[in-house]
Design a protein around this ligand. Structure first.
Ligand SMILES: [Zn+2]
Length: 368
């Protein structure tokens, strides 16, 4: 089977693009329902509402609360007036995932205004659902892609830089997760395209991430920042879109899903957990400590976590970590895309070993 999905239908990264929100909505609908994160809306509302007013568009607004969960979806759905014909998401990843779910249930088009570059949620034709307590539940894939994704790099730049960093974490893993699925196997044209995209994204992020983070901190909308935004929001999603099952997630995302059960790490971002999950995947794959330390050095330059402590865990409790490993190894998890036998014990050990390696690296740096 040769299948691919490319998305979104339109992607525009442009300073001031939010002033054209109304124009974009009118290409696909007449009566928008906006799902917005409260913080995102406070940043974007002046430009968005001005544009809607200019385009003579009436809208209904509902704030997105908490996490992207079935419960939140069921709370929002009844609030959508029957005459609405387009959904507009304004916010970060989970809010935009919710906007896509609402649009899918009502069979309406969706336009996403991304105010963070922390995941590819704005573009991807899928949503990740959690419990209201932010424990991973499932991924839902859609047959429709967002009609348009609008990104103002100035808004991304003004958000806390940690979101951009998390986005780099979520994106750089693509190559390392996809490669084990394809080693020694026949690759059709789409798989090759997906892998090339993953390689390109990896190289872009190695080249531009550090500068982009610095520029973001200094309030500069630089070319480096803009490259990273495109990689995180657009190109990242295209890897799995082109390669579908052959360029899918594997170890890093599965270990991330497992770690969402640890209460003390509830404050860690998706991309931070995924980035740490990749280090654990490296351990499982038998990479040397030196190779992992080299990768950690890159993480340190941009403030990605290299230990569990970096993600809020101050005390390691074996039963919690074992539960995380168990969840990561559930039969439906992508960790089984790795081409060797996966044992819970090894996954548990990899989570602990990476933590110890990261902590000792920090101690050695402090001594030198
Ligand atoms: Zn992800």
């Amino acid at each position: 089977m040769h299948i691919a999905k490319t998305y979104p239908s339109n992607y525009i990264q442009e300073q001031g693009i939010l002033r054209k929100t109304g124009e974009w909505i009118k290409k696909f609908g007449t009566t928008p329902f906006i799902v917005a994160g409260p913080t995102a809306w406070s940043k974007a509302c002046a430009k968005v509402t001005e544009s809607l007013h200019e385009s003579a568009l009436d809208y209904t607004l509902e704030y997105f609360e908490g996490h992207c969960s079935e419960e939140e979806l069921q709370r929002i759905l009844p609030k959508v007036p029957s005459h609405v014909d387009i959904i507009v998401g304004v916010g970060g990843g989970q809010c935009l995932d919710m906007a896509k779910l609402v649009a899918t249930r009502l069979q309406l088009p969706v336009i996403n205004v991304a105010t963070l570059a922390s995941t590819c949620a704005a573009s991807a034709a899928q949503s990740i659902l959690y419990t209201p307590d932010h424990v991973f539940v499932r991924v839902e894939s859609f047959d429709h892609s967002p009609a348009a994704v609008l990104v103002d790099p100035d808004i991304i730049r003004n958000a806390p830089v940690r979101y951009l960093t998390a986005g780099i974490g979520d994106t750089i893993v693509k190559w390392y997760e996809a490669i084990p699925l394809n080693e020694g196997k026949y690759q059709n044209a789409m798989t090759k395209a997906g892998l090339k995209m993953a390689e390109l994204v990896r190289d872009l992020l190695f080249e531009f991430s550090e500068q982009a983070i610095q520029d973001c901190e200094q309030g500069k909308t630089s070319e480096s920042l803009r490259q990273v935004i495109d990689a995180n929001i657009l190109l990242s999603g295209l890897v799995g879109g082109l390669g579908r099952h052959t360029c899918a997630s594997s170890g890093a995302h599965a270990i991330h899903y497992g770690m969402t059960v640890i209460p003390d790490m509830k404050g860690a971002f998706h991309g931070e957990l995924v980035a740490y999950g990749l280090l654990c995947q490296f351990k499982l794959e038998g990479k040397s400590d030196q190779e992992i330390v080299d990768f950690m050095r890159f993480y340190q330059k941009i403030n990605l976590p290299i230990s569990l402590r970096d993600m809020g865990l101050t005390e390691l409790r074996e039963e919690e970590l074992r539960l995380a490993a168990k969840k990561a190894c559930a039969p439906e998890r992508t960790i089984h895309n790795l081409q060797f036998e996966i044992l819970e014990e090894n996954v548990y050990q990899s989570i602990v070993d990476v933590h110890q390696l990261g902590e000792s690296m920090k101690k050695n740096a402090a001594l030198n």
